[in-house]
Every structure is written in structure tokens, then in C-alpha cells.
Design a protein around this ligand. Structure first.
Ligand SMILES: [Zn+2]
Length: 620
């Protein structure tokens, strides 16, 4: 079946789930991200930041909430002083436990309801290098804002996990932060002129006042310095800029080239980069260490890297490639960085070396051998958490290197095309969302006839992949019946027991495999994620796809209908379609054509729904 028809079908999946245990309507994540409004003042020389952060939050979980939970990284450093906390303008008592801040809600917040919380706080930026601190030349404000924790529910609730706010304390291993995407409006005032590298877009600047807007990002970070120079280059509509310290021209041009080439390569191999800017800023190192740190549309790289300039395969080049690839894995496609950090780190590690190979650099083999493939003693499973490690050394060894070794075996076993087809589909499905770790592994298995369980269980301890054979299921839905309710037919060689149907992050129904229905009426307009978690009683597999709800006004009288109806009929005559991802490459010229055709298809489908509804009314 052509991509066109598939997209028409997916667009036509206008869901509400019937089946057993249907639940009420719920806003989609895409429609209601948290909105952070921040007014911040910086006293640069004194290292002080005072701020008011206001967060508009909608409860997208299935549970009534009694409190809001924030991650406050500065509290880990003893740098955070909360002056006032309020919910819907009522001052509330706060509880700060380590880096976890909890605000009790004056009234319980049911699913779908919204609340506005505000925090007035002061940060005494510690005198230290690294991603949060002030060194001799740079103030790095990574993880400075209190961010809502992720509420683990529905699709994000894996076996053995508890429903509720993820209360992972900040630790000094890995990247101990985990958040959903949100919108940020930030105003920054400084007591002196500064150069500012930032997440998102600079929408206004007057002297030492900056206004930023960042939509669909997991965090908002800054690097401030009176000493930055900037070198930049535009690549396919994205402005890539490197903010560097005096005398560091060589590493700046290394970073710029690596970031530009990675951005173009990732975009071509996977999915588009959705932001207009990518900034890379040097920061002062901790103990002259070499550190790179990813934030949405902002990369921080320590000045300890200054001498590592060169080509893409220099240490500086590889660092910039790694952090740019994080823009996708962690940034655009989120994962639980506390308990499943391999999902982004292993992927980004493997991709950064694979890019050298893909570019034909002869140094690839030696670099891979030195940095990744060196034999290491047996260790923890790749799916261990940041809390399983005392320090970064053993953590890198397992999560980054063994994780990358797994992906290399997977790549060799699947081959280039199926491997990247699976990765692209996974990326498109979870763009702007959080993926669970099964999603990536199941997407890979869905794209190969090779049994991957043997490989997966050599590296991972997930119970789901311990069986000798994976559970293979495909999901189809008949096109002819979608007008009232779409029935999903599951096909498998073995009897199936149960299907959990998730729309976006929420569990919508549990159904018998023979009774999975989807209907249109109660979902919000816009893109949605569909996950079918299928079990045969012993084994489980996740099938993932995306669809868009599009509503149109009622059609004009039949005589005025446009003529391209045959296209729709052609679609309707086509047999069942498998549920797979719906990658959209709006920037790719070839894909642009199909996006346009898809839009036409959506209009047609919608008109037909209305026409059919009218005829049903007449029958009744
Ligand atoms: Zn990384």
C-alpha cells in the first residue's frame, strides 16, 4: 500500500475507544503542555538569580492529584531558597525533600482540570564549573528552573513501577533529570551587558533585558558571559551558533562544523529538527574536566576541550556530534533518564560513531575499538538506572559503551535499511513525547524476521524478552468500517489474551483481542499516539502508531462537493492496513508532496464522515 493511503487511513482514525472498560474523554498531551512563565533577574558579579516562575498545568493523568511535584536541581547544591509558593494565588506550605519540591494542592485536581502554581525563589549560583555554576568567565544555568516531575501513569507505567509522580532525587551521576515537553516564556534581566546562549528563540532584546520563547521543549537553559564571541552558520533553515571564549577559535570552528553536519545528517536519516536555533556554548570546566551537556536547542561544552579541535573524528568533533544527536534522543524524543538512561545515551553514543563510519572516515574502526569495543569485565545490565552507579566511570562503561555495543550488534544483524526504518518510525511516533524502553526494542523487532530476544537478553534484564521467541502480532483495521467505530483486528500465530489500548499516555481500555474498537467523537483535534500492548498470557509486545484527528465544518450540499472522490474510493477499496508509524518529513521535498496529498485526503475523509452521519440520521 502506498504511503498516501496509509496516511489517509491513519488520519481517518478518529478515536474514542469503546471495548471494555471505556474511560471518559481526556485532553491530549499535544493540546495541553505545561506553560512556564519566568521573570528572572541576574546579578552577574554576585552570582545571584532571583525569579518568579508561574506554571499553568493540566492534569493529563487518570488520577485525581493531591499535590504537584517539582525537581529542583539547585537544591542539591544548597543553592536554592524558596521564598513563596502559591497555587491559584493561594499561598501553600511547601515540602522540600532533597531536590524534590512538593506543593500540596488546596483542592484535589481531577483528570482534565488545570491549576496555576507559582514559585518565588533565589539561587546563589555556586562557584564551580560545569553545567550549573559560575566559573571565571561563564555562568552556566543548566537545570536552574524548578520543573514539574513526570507523572507516571498509563503507557509510562511499566511492570513493577508505581503510579504517581516520579520522585527521583538529583545525583551527580549521569543526567538526573526527566520531564515532559512544555512551553516556556522567559524574561531575563541582567545588571551588566552579557552575551547569552539560550534554549528557544530570542523574541526581544533591549539592552540588558531579553525575552525568550521556547515551545515544545523539556527544559530551558542558559549560558551567560561577558566574554563570548560567536561564530554561526545556517543549515537548512536552522541557525547554528557557537559561543566561545577568547583564544578558542579552533575548537569553535570544530564544534560548528560537527554540529552543522550532524544536524543535516540526523534530519535526513531520521526526523526533522523542529527548532530554529541550535546554540553551543563553552562553559568553565570542573577541575579542567571535559564535559558536554545537552539541553533543548542548547549544548554546553567545557573549556577543557579547547585543545581537542580537528575534524569530525577529533575529540571535540565527537563531543559536538554526540551532544547534537541528543537534540533528538532526550530532546525531541524523550525517555526516562533516571531509570532508563540507556535509551538516549546508548543511542546517541552509537549514532555519533556510526556517523563517522557513514561519512567514510577511515579512523572509525580505531576509534570504535578504543572508545567502545575494548573488552570490559562483566557488568550490570544495560537497563540499569543512574542510581545503580557510584560515579560516572562505571555508568559510562555500561550504559554508553555496552549499550552502543548492543546497538552495533543489532545494526549488523538487521542491516542498514530496516534498522533506520525502525528508528525513524520510533522517532516520528514519540516526537514531543516520552518513549518507554520497550518502544525502541519492539520497533526494531517489528522490522526484522530475525528473533532479537537472544541478543536483547544478553544485554538487558527485561522479563519481556526472556522468552525464546518474541510475541509477533500485527494489527489491522478494515477501512470500510471506520465511519462508526474502527475495529482493530490483531493477527498472530498464537492465541492472544488481552490488549491494553493507550491513546497518548493514557490507558483508554482493556479489551479482548477480538473486541478492540476505536471511535472518533471524544478526542481533541490534532496528533495522537496509539499504543496497543498485546499479551498472550506469557509474553507482551507494544505496537505503536500515530494518527491525527481533524475536524471540518459540515460539507456543502452534495452538488457542491468537489470531484476528487475517486481518490477516496480508491483508498476504501484497498485492503486492511497495518498499524505502523506515521513519519512526516515536512522538510523533505518528496515527502512534502505526500503531506500535501495527505491534507487533501483528510479533507475528503472528513467530508465523507459528515455525509455518512447525515445518511445515518436519515435512516434513524
Ligand atoms: Zn550523552
Amino acid at each position: 500500500m502506498t504511503m498516501l493511503v496509509r496516511r489517509v487511513v491513519l488520519a481517518a482514525l478518529l478515536l474514542t475507544l469503546l471495548g471494555q472498560g471505556m474511560m471518559g474523554p481526556r485532553p491530549s498531551l499535544a493540546a495541553s503542555p505545561p506553560l512556564y512563565s519566568v521573570e528572572a533577574s541576574v546579578e552577574y558579579g554576585a552570582g545571584l538569580v532571583t525569579a518568579r516562575e508561574t506554571v499553568a498545568f493540566t492534569n493529563l493523568s487518570s488520577q485525581t492529584l493531591e499535590s504537584l511535584v517539582f525537581n529542583v536541581t539547585p537544591a542539591y547544591y544548597g543553592a536554592f531558597e524558596l521564598r513563596r509558593a502559591a497555587v491559584n494565588a493561594l499561598e501553600v506550605e511547601q515540602m522540600l525533600d532533597g531536590s524534590i519540591l512538593e506543593l500540596p494542592l488546596p483542592h484535589p485536581l481531577p483528570p482534565g482540570a488545570s491549576v496555576v502554581a507559582s514559585l518565588d525563589f533565589k539561587i546563589v549560583v555556586p562557584r564551580q564549573g560545569g553545567r550549573f555554576g559560575r566559573g571565571p568567565q561563564v555562568m552556566a544555568l543548566g537545570n536552574w528552573l524548578p520543573l514539574l516531575a513526570v507523572y507516571r501513569d498509563g503507557r509510562l507505567l511499566s511492570e513493577g513501577q508505581e503510579r504517581g509522580w516520579v520522585r527521583g532525587q538529583y545525583v551527580d551521576v549521569g543526567d538526573a533529570f526527566f520531564s515532559q515537553t512544555a512551553d516556556f516564556l522567559v524574561t531575563l534581566r541582567s545588571d551588566q551587558p552579557l552575551s547569552v546562549a539560550h534554549t528557544g528563540d530570542l523574541v526581544k532584546q533591549e539592552d540588558t533585558v531579553w525575552a525568550f520563547e521556547a515551545r515544545g521543549v523539556r527544559d530551558f537553559a542558559l549560558a551567560l558571559s561577558p566574554d563570548f564571541s560567536v561564530v554561526s552558520q545556517e543549515v537548512e533553515g536552522v541557525d547554528v551558533a557557537v559561543f566561545y571564549l577568547p583564544g578558542h577559535e579552533a575548537i569553535a570552528s570544530t564544534y560548528l562544523r560537527a554540529a552543522v553536519e550532524t544536524l543535516a545528517w540526523m534530519k535526513q536519516k531520521l526526523i526533522p529538527y523542529p527548532y530554529r536555533h541550535l546554540h553551543l556554548a563553552e562553559i568553565n570546566a570542573i577541575n579542567s574536566g571535559t564535559v558536554g551537556q545537552e539541553y533543548p536547542s542548547l549544548i554546553l561544552a567545557s573549556d577543557g576541550m579547547a585543545a581537542t579541535y580537528g575534524g569530525l573524528d577529533s575529540s571535540g568533533g565527537i563531543l559536538a556530534i554526540h551532544e547534537t544527536a541528543h537534540q533528538w534522543y532526550y530532546g525531541i524524543i524523550g525517555n526516562d533518564q533516571l531509570y532508563e538512561p540507556w535509551v538516549d545515551e546508548a543511542l546517541v553514543t552509537w549514532l555519533s560513531y556510526h556517523l563517522l563510519r557513514a561519512k567514510g572516515l577511515g579512523s572509525f574502526a580505531g576509534i570504535w575499538q578504543d572508545r567502545v569495543a575494548n573488552p570490559r569485565p562483566p557488568s550490570l545490565p544495560v537497563n540499569s538506572s543512574i542510581y545503580d552507579y557510584p560515579s560516572d566511570g562505571p555508568y559510562f562503561s555500561v550504559v554508553y559503551r555496552r549499550g552502543a555495543l548492543f546497538l552495533e550488534e543489532l545494526y549488523q544483524s538487521m542491516g542498514e535499511e530496516p534498522f533506520f526504518a525502525a528508528l525513524k518510525e520510533y522517532s516520528a511516533s514519540f516526537s514531543g513525547r516520552v518513549a518507554n524502553p520497550y518502544a525502541l526494542l519492539d520497533a526494531m523487532q517489528a522490522h526484522t524476521s530475525t528473533n532479537l530476544n537472544h541478543l536483547i537478553r544478553r544485554y538487558f534484564s527485561y522479563p519481556r524478552y526472556q522468552a525464546d521467541e518474541p510475541l509477533r502480532v500485527s494489527a489491522r483495521y478494515p477501512l470500510q468500517d471506520w465511519s462508526e467505530a474502527v475495529r482493530i483486528t490483531l493477527e498472530s500465530d498464537v492465541p492472544l489474551q488481552e490488549v491494553q489500548v493507550f491513546v497518548d499516555d493514557s490507558l483508554y481500555s482493556r479489551a479482548l483481542p477480538a473486541h478492540v474498537f476505536l471511535e472518533t467523537a471524544q478526542l481533541e483535534e490534532g496528533p495522537h499516539l496509539l499504543t496497543l500492548r498485546v499479551s498472550d498470557g506469557q509474553r507482551e509486545v507494544d505496537l505503536t502508531g500515530t494518527f491525527s484527528v481533524v475536524r471540518r465544518p459540515p460539507p456543502p450540499p452534495p452538488a457542491a462537493l468537489p470531484t476528487p472522490a475517486p481518490t477516496l474510493e480508491a483508498a476504501l477499496e484497498t485492503p486492511d492496513e497495518e498499524i505502523v508509524g506515521n513519519p512526516t518529513e515536512a522538510d523533505d521535498p518528496a515527502a512534502q508532496a505526500s503531506v500535501v496529498r495527505t491534507a487533501a485526503g483528510i479533507a475528503l475523509v472528513t467530508i465523507s464522515i459528515a455525509a455518512l452521519a447525515a445518511s445515518l440520521v436519515r435512516h434513524i
